[in-house]
Design a protein around this ligand. Structure first.
Ligand SMILES: Cc1ncc(C[n+]2csc(CCOP(=O)(O)OP(=O)(O)O)c2C)c(N)n1
Length: 557
């Protein structure tokens, strides 16, 4: 076997940043890399474990899921421009998911590949809108410096994807890194919060009559879940969390619930007099929920600039750039010191009222599901309730349901940090590949992915199921099969008052057969009475080491 010095350096950089897996799909260019990884591992030297994904979309998505479950930086290796194009929307998801992933390819000399007007082909331009940094190594540049810098940029908050294009002659080179000085791990930490700003935030929050905490991704630091509970309890404030992570347990009495039949928009946003947004990319200030004009907004975020996100009319009164894991306990301490007896007893009363409201709404959701237990076609409420019954506190739910998203968020209860992972981006097809990556990161946990029928197909099921089988990373995929693109049909109906503009998947494929063709366990149910037993049967297969797909025919939207 050949020694490839440059590849040795890439592996060294992966090791230095704690990369455990190399998700890849090969071309001729990846050969030295794969050969070297194998040689390292066979001889007991440290190197990431190679995971062959039969589609590049799955490679990037598995890296996404793996990061969410492990917190570790990721590496993806694909074949030149073709592999990069095939990653497709998975890169958009990784960008919105703030995934610290370095993906790299070779590039054949640009001189051989001019564009139509004779200028040189620019491989990075394919991904430039979706990455924190893209770079094409030029002759004389040091491969070690490039990869260490790539991981440094990807893993510094706000984290995100980085792309490197490496010329074949560099990638296949026998030379290792050329710098005399050793390469160093550099991960930038957010600054400590400004004490005066936190004081101002505390004063605003204490005087609020109807405060609302909204969170997006604070739960990526698992300890933050506990400290956010303390902050919410201190303030007696509702917490509305995006379903991207467990930022706050949805079983907590202060978890914000909406009624089962709530329509578009969010009344909780509309009636809040103070909003505390923590690590939140989504819009809280525009869209269907108009805020009160006099609303005060405190925004704490590791990413205050929100480069690349729409404007969305955010105009915070207090903007604090800080690591929420550090700042939440500090803010809670400041608030506790400022609370006098009278205020504390007012907050106690408010806590009780909010807890009673949470219980009432939770009961309504449960009641709705139980009333639908005999309804055919099966409803998303009943299916979600059955899933809630069958899981334990440690099960990891990997969720990309679309039209039943609110039902899933209310019916499936998560208490422990890290037990709900969803896609912050909009590209459908995330759940199967992400579940593969999650299971590789947490082999001891039960992993259940939830998705629509559209999403199952977008998720390259053959590729996802094959890797799950081959690498012994079994998970359960539950398909909320409403026989169409429910979300799109909903939009048609709302905007154009038409029933169907071709968004039904009529005479659908047999998804359970797709599972079986890929050596997974496959089952279809269409009777609500069969759902609990079918879920148990599939989970038994998963515990026995076989990935399972449960196709549940639910009512079309
Ligand atoms: C890759 C991709 N293509 C198209 C869309 C547009 N889109 C948004 S929701 C949706 C329907 C998804 O169907 P399914 O996963 O079955 O969920 P449902 O809406 O039926 O609940 C589509 C096609 C998208 N977001 N991503």
């Amino acid at each position: 076997m050949e020694e490839y010095g440059a590849v040795n350096t890439i592996i060294e950089a992966c090791n230095a940043y704690g990369v455990e897996f190399l998700f890849f799909n090969p071309g001729i260019d990846n050969v030295p890399l794969l050969e070297t990884v194998s040689r390292f591992r066979v001889s007991g030297r440290k190197a990431p474990r190679g995971i062959l994904c039969l589609d590049e979309f799955v490679a990037m998505t598995a890296a996404h899921g793996n990061y969410m479950a492990s917190g570790k930086p990721q590496a993806v290796s694909v074949h030149s421009e073709l592999g990069v194009l095939q990653i497709g929307g998975a890169l958009h998801n990784a960008q919105w998911g703030k995934v610290p992933v370095v993906f790299f390819t070779e590039i054949l000399g640009t001189a051989q590949r001019p564009v139509w007007n004779g200028t040189s082909f620019d491989q990075g331009s394919m991904v430039r809108n979706f990455v924190k940094w893209d770079h094409q190594l030029t002759a004389g540049e040091d491969i070690g410096e490039a990869f260490y810098k790539a991981f440094s940029i990807a893993a510094s908050e706000p984290c995100g994807p980085v792309y490197l294009a490496v010329p074949r002659e560099t990638l296949w080179s026998k030379e290792a890194s050329r710098t005399g000085r050793p390469n160093q791990i550099l991960i930038e930490k957010p600054p400590a919060a400004d004490a005066a700003l936190l004081n101002k935030a505390a004063d605003i929050l204490i005087t609020a009559e109807n405060p609302l905490i909204v969170t997006g991704y604070s739960g990526r630091n698992l300890n933050t879940v506990v400290s956010l509970i303390e902050l919410a309890e201190t303030l007696a404030a509702r917490v509305m969390t995006a379903d991207v992570r467990v930022n706050f347990p949805n079983t907590h009495p202060l978890a914000a619930y909406l009624p089962p039949a709530a329509g578009f928009g969010n009344p909780l946003l509309a009636k809040a007099d103070v909003i505390l947004a923590i690590d939140f990319d989504m819009h809280y200030a525009s869209g269907p929920s108009q805020l009160m004009l006099a609303v005060k907004i405190v925004h704490i975020d590791v990413d205050t600039v929100k480069k690349g996100a729409p404007l969305w009319g955010r105009k915070p009164d207090v903007l604090v750039k800080a690591d929420s894991a550090l700042v939440i306990p500090t803010l809670t301490g400041i608030i506790k010191e400022k609370l006098n007896k009278e205020k504390a007893s007012q907050l106690k009363k408010r806590y009780k009222e909010l807890a009673a409201e949470h219980k009432k709404l939770n009961d309504e959701w449960r009641y709705t599901a139980i009333c639908q237990s005999g309804q055919k076609p099966i409803t998303a409420n009943w299916l979600s309730r059955c899933i809630d019954e069958v899981i334990d506190d440690d099960t990891i739910i990997v969720n990309q349901t679309i039209s039943p998203a609110s039902i899933v968020a209310h019916q499936i209860h998560r208490t422990k940090p890290g037990t709900l992972l969803s896609c912050a981006g909009g590209c459908i097809g995330w759940a199967p590949g992400a579940a593969l990556g999650v299971k590789l990161a947490a082999p001891e946990k039960t992993v259940i992915s939830l998705m629509g029928d559209g999403a199952f197909i977008y998720g390259c099921p053959e590729a996802s199921l094959w890797s799950a089988g081959f690498y012994k990373a079994p998970f359960l995929a539950v398909i909320y099969d409403n026989q169409g693109y429910g979300a799109i049909k909903g939009l048609f109906r709302e905007k154009f008052d038409v029933e169907n503009m071709g968004a039904d998947i009529t005479t659908p494929p047999d998804y359970s057969l797709i599972a079986r063709a890929n050596k997974a366990y496959g089952r279809m149910v269409d009777d609500p009475a069969d759902v609990p037993a079918a879920l148990k049967e599939c989970l038994a297969a998963v515990r026995g080491g076989q990935t399972a797909v449960l196709d549940v025919k639910i009512e079309p939207v």
